[in-house]
Design a binder for this molecule. Structure first.
Ligand code: PLP
Length: 373
C-alpha cells in the first residue's frame, strides 16, 4: 500500500457502532470489565490503553514500516522513556548538533544518573567508530539535523551500531516517513516529535516511538508510557491522526517550496550561506539524494553580517511568523542562537525557516522585501 493510503486508513476504520467516518474521541478513562473478569474488548483504563492512542500507534507503525509504535505526550517524553530504560554505566552516542532539548534532558533531568554521553559528528564515520565504548548501548541520530540540516548516512550508522551491540534510534522529525524510512535502512527505532509534521497544524504536542522489532529498550519504554504515565490525551491523539491524513501531500508541497526558496536565497546578495540538503552545494546532498525521496520543508540561512543583521531580517518579515517549532501550515522564522542560549554552536547570523503551506511566490516576495536594505 502507498503511504497516501496508509495515512488515511491505517489504525482506523468506520465506527461499527454508529457508522461514523471520522473516528470518535474516546474520553472514557475506564472501560467495562466482562462478566468473566476479562477485558475482551481490549481496554481497561486509559493510562494503559485508549482507543484513540491505539489507532495513532497502529498508524505510526504502518507509516514507518515498523512492528509496533508507542505514542507519548511529547517528543522529549520519548527520549525520557528511552533513557529511563538504560542501565547504570551505559554509554550513549549522540550527534554533536543534536536537537538542543536532548542535551537539556540528558544534562538536566538525568544529570544525577550514572550515564555517559559522547557527542560526536555523525557524518564522520571514523569519529563515530572511535567514540564507541564497550558500554555503548544507544546510538542516537537525527537527520536532517537542526538547524544546519546536516545529513547522516542512516544505513552506515545502523551497521556501526550493530557492530557495537547498541540500539540505533533515528529522530526522523524533519524527514517524516514520507521522505525517509530509517527502519528500511537497518535502524532499530524511529522517533518523531509528532508536534511537527505529523500533527501538521501547530495545535498539538506529542511524540511517537516506532520499533522495527522487539527489544528490551522498547519494552521498557512501553512501561514508562503505560505505568509511568507519559501518555498523550485521546484528543491529542485524535488531532495528530487527523493531521496524518494529509501528511504526504503537505510534506511534498513543503519540500518543493523549500527547494524554490533555498534557490532564491542562495542567489541573493545579502545572504552569506544557505543550508538545505536539496542544494548541490550542501555537503550532505549526495547522501540525502540516496536515502530521501525529497529534501524536506526545513532550511536555514546566514544573513551577511552579524546577529543583528539576521534579527533585523526576522523583524521585517510579514508572512513568516517569528516563532519556534516547525511543520505546520504557517511559515515560521527563528533566530536559533537566541533560542539556544549562550552555549549554542549555531552561527549567530543564522535564521531557520519552516516552510508552511502558503504559495511559494508570496513567501519569496516576503523574504525579498525583508532582505532589501
Ligand atoms: C521539536 C523536536 C523535538 C522535541 O519534541 P517535543 O514534541 O517538543 O517534545 C525533538 N527532535 C526534533 C528534531 C524536534 O524538532
Amino acid at each position: 500500500m502507498k503511504i497516501e493510503t496508509t495515512a488515511i486508513h491505517a489504525g482506523r476504520g468506520i465506527d461499527p457502532a454508529t457508522g461514523a467516518v471520522a473516528m470518535p474521541i474516546y474520553l472514557s478513562s475506564t472501560f467495562e470489565r466482562d462478566p468473566d473478569g476479562e477485558y475482551a474488548r481490549g481496554y481497561a483504563y486509559s493510562r494503559e490503553r485508549n482507543p484513540n492512542r491505539a489507532a495513532l500507534e497502529k498508524c505510526a507503525a504502518a507509516l514507518e514500516g515498523g512492528k509496533e509504535a508507542l505514542a507519548f505526550a511529547s517528543g522529549l517524553a520519548v527520549l525520557t522513556a528511552l533513557i529511563q530504560g538504560l542501565e547504570p554505566g551505559d554509554h550513549i552516542l549522540a550527534p554533536d548538533d543534536v536537537y538542543y532539548g536532548f542535551r537539556k534532558v540528558l544534562g538536566g533531568v538525568f544529570a544525577k544518573w550514572p550515564l555517559e554521553v559522547t557527542y560526536v559528528d555523525m557524518t564522520d564515520l571514523d569519529a563515530v567508530r572511535a567514540a564507541a565504548r564497550p558500554a555503548t548501548r544507544l546510538v542516537w541520530i537525527e537527520t536532517p539535523s537542526n538547524p544546519l540540516l546536516k545529513i547522516t548516512d542512516v544505513a552506515a550508522i545502523a551497521r556501526l551500531a550493530r557492530e557495537m551491540n547498541a540500539i540505533s534510534v533515528c529522530d526522523s522529525t524533519f524527514a517524516t516517513p514520507v521522505l525517509l524510512r530509517p527502519l528500511e535502512h537497518g535502524i532499530d527505532m524511529v522517533m518523531h516529535s509528532t508536534t511537527k509534521y505529523f500533527g501538521g497544524h501547530s495545535d498539538v504536542v506529542g511524540g511517537a516511538l516506532i520499533a522495527k522489532h522487539d527489544s528490551y529498550l522498547f519494552e521498557r519504554a512501553r512501561k514508562a508510557q503505560q505505568h509511568g504515565g507519559a501518555v498523550p490525551s485521546p484528543f491529542d491523539c485524535w488531532l495528530t491522526l487527523r493531521g496524518i491524513d494529509t501528511l504526504p501531500y503537505r510534506v511534498r508541497a513543503q519540500s518543493a517550496h523549500a527547494q524554490l526558496i533555498a534557490g532564491f536565497l542562495a542567489a541573493h546578495p545579502a545572504v552569506e550561506r544557505v543550508h538545505y540538503p536539496g542544494l548541490a552545494t550542501h555537503p550532505g546532498h549526495a547522501v540525502a539524494k540516496e536515502q530521501m525521496s525529497a529534501f524536506g520543508g526545513m532550511l536555514s540561512f546566514q544573513v551577511s553580517g552579524s546577529a543583528e543583521a539576521a534579527i533585523a531580517v526576522a523583524a521585517k518579515v510579514q508572512l513568516f511568523t517569528r516563532a519556534t517549532s516547525l511543520g505546520g501550515g504557517h511559515s515560521l522564522v527563528e533566530h536559533r542562537a537566541s533560542v539556544e542560549g549562550p552555549q549554542t554552536r549555531t552561527p549567530p547570523n543564522l535564521l531557520r525557516l519552516s516552510i508552511g503551506l502558503e504559495h511559494p511566490d508570496d513567501l519569496i516576495a516576503d523574504l525579498e522585501q525583508a532582505l532589501a536594505q
